[in-house]
Design a protein around this ligand. Structure first.
Ligand code: 5AD
Ligand code: SF4
Length: 466
């Protein structure tokens, strides 16, 4: 039994790569049992859940959408803001009630919250009905952990805190057959002062390029149309493994494999290289939709966040991307109410937004997180001021979403068809990462179609398939 440890997570000597193999003892051992899995947080968590599903199904569990019908319920949690944290604990409360009627219910928790020392303490002391916990570093141990919890009837908490191990070939049950996530680098070393991720996901450790390219080749052969390369900071890819092979090189090698659409997330503005810009500009199958988190437009706040860039250097990079990458669309993340943020600082953020006119923006109120430096900063901003700034910011970003979308009216965009909805017919995303609702006849889900845009809305476009 191991618990999360904020010190060990930063130890790293040499990366160990191991191949996963499911122990025969667990294969189909739980046939006939049902599981319910709920995922919070980012794409990294969504992709971990694709591994978790495959492992549970290899053990014989079958998925159900209604947690009341499940024999095993599992939450894959996120720690990034208090909101996500509270939602997970709220859900655990519901499971507690269910377990009062259904004594054999197996309850589990995994993901980023499992890596928090404080959460584990709380689970051990106040959530004794939780049967098992595993972390972000040991998803592959799920079969042993669940089986031990069931067989021994004790709370099984097993959370590793290492940043030096990569397990290849963990089975995966992808959400769909045309769009796939591929991890390229785990962890984050940037230590922005507000962010819990370096503590929950550990040190940066890259997958070997040959393993990534093997996975991409297999996805191409299986007919996948879109691949998203994942990392907390993809720009850092390779620095721990190679002397002269960086994210720009990997992106180029992936593009050459010929999958029609390649995306990546997330890129830190600090080490977004010229090589990356050149490669994105050169290959048509690298999508011109880039996520470039700003966080704040004030140099004082950026410094206190530990972001390693200034308003000026961010804008320089932004302008260069717009100039060199054809049809370039940029989205961002912004935090309001970081400790010490004055009205002047906030206006600097609005200033950058006015310059960049983002195509999409995820805006957040600063949320103090366990063990992060900023949580201890003295000059925390009043909740009402934070709320009011968020509203002002949202009003501004929304204005630009609509303005940008209006420019697409009358244009024909290529859309990857994701599904049907009752109101509009079909929906999917364009290369520019715009949500498009459109009409059409007998269109195959997972195909690429041209859609003429008839109407722009703030968060989506309407159109007709050509
Ligand atoms: N409070 C609010 N927002 C945060 N983010 C990360 N940590 C926090 C926090 N403590 C936001 C950042 C990041 C996005 C994934 O979540 O904007 O880019
Ligand atoms: Fe949430 Fe960050 Fe963990 Fe993703 S990596 S699940 S955003 S805390």
């Amino acid at each position: 039994m191991e618990e999360p440890n904020y010190k060990d997570v930063f130890k790293k000597d040499k990366i160990l790569v191991e191949k996963f193999k499911l122990n025969d003892n667990y294969k189909l051992k739980y046939s006939g049992k049902k599981y319910f899995l709920k995922t919070y947080g980012c794409q990294m968590n969504e992709h971990d859940s694709e591994n978790i599903k495959a492992l549970l199904e290899d053990m014989g569990f079958e998925s159900v959408d209604d947690y009341e019908k499940a024999d095993l319920v599992l939450l894959n949690t996120c720690s990034v803001r208090e909101n996500a944290h509270n939602k997970a604990f709220g859900m655990l409360g519901r499971f507690k009630h269910l377990k009062e009627e259904k004594k054999d219910l197996i309850v589990g928790l995994c993901g980023c919250m499992a890596q928090e020392e404080g959460v584990i303490k709380e689970i051990r002391e106040k959530y004794k009905f939780v049967n098992f916990v595993f972390g972000t570093h040991n998803v592959y141990e799920l079969p042993e952990i669940i089986d031990k919890a069931v067989m021994e009837g004790k709370q099984e908490i097993d959370v590793k805190s290492f940043g030096d191990r990569i397990i290849e070939d963990i089975p995966v049950r992808r959400e769909n057959s045309f769009k796939a996530y591929v991890n390229i680098i785990y962890g984050c070393d940037k230590f922005c002062t507000y962010c819990i991720v370096p503590y929950t996901r550990g040190k940066e450790h890259s997958r070997r390029r040959e393993d990534i390219l093997k996975e991409i080749k297999a996805l191409k052969e299986d007919g996948y149309k879109e691949v998203t390369l994942l990392g907390q900071n993809v720009n850092a890819y390779g620095h721990d493994l190679y002397n002269d092979y960086t994210f720009g090189n990997l992106l180029e090698d992936v593009a050459k494999e010929g999958i029609p659409r390649i995306r990546f997330t997330t890129s830190h503005p600090w080490n977004f290289t010229d090589k990356m810009i050149d490669v994105i500009a050169k290959y048509e199958n690298i999508m011109p939709a880039i996520h470039l988190p700003l966080q704040s437009g004030s140099d004082k706040i950026l410094k206190s966040m530990g972001r390693r860039y200034t308003k000026e250097s961010y804008l320089k990079l932004f302008d260069e991307m717009k100039e060199k990458i054809p049809n370039c669309h940029i989205s961002t993340d912004i935090i309001v109410g970081f400790p010490g943020e004055t009205e002047e600082d906030f206006n600097e953020t609005l200033d950058v937004v006015k310059h960049c006119k983002y195509d999409n923006a995820y805006t957040f109120i600063y949320s103090p997180r366990e063990n992060t430096p900023a949580a201890k900063f003295k000059d925390q901003v009043d909740e009402s001021v934070k709320e009011q700034r968020l509203q002002r910011l949202n009003k501004l970003v929304n204005k630009y979403f609509l303005e940008n979308n209006k420019k697409l009216e009358g244009k024909v965009l290529e859309v990857l068809v994701e599904g049907k909805n009752e109101k509009h017919g079909y929906f999917g995303y364009s290369k520019e990462m715009k949500l498009v609702n459109f009409t059409g006849k007998e269109i195959e889900i997972g195909s690429l179609v041209n859609v003429e845009i008839t109407k722009a809305k703030t968060w989506s476009l309407d159109g007709n398939a050509k």
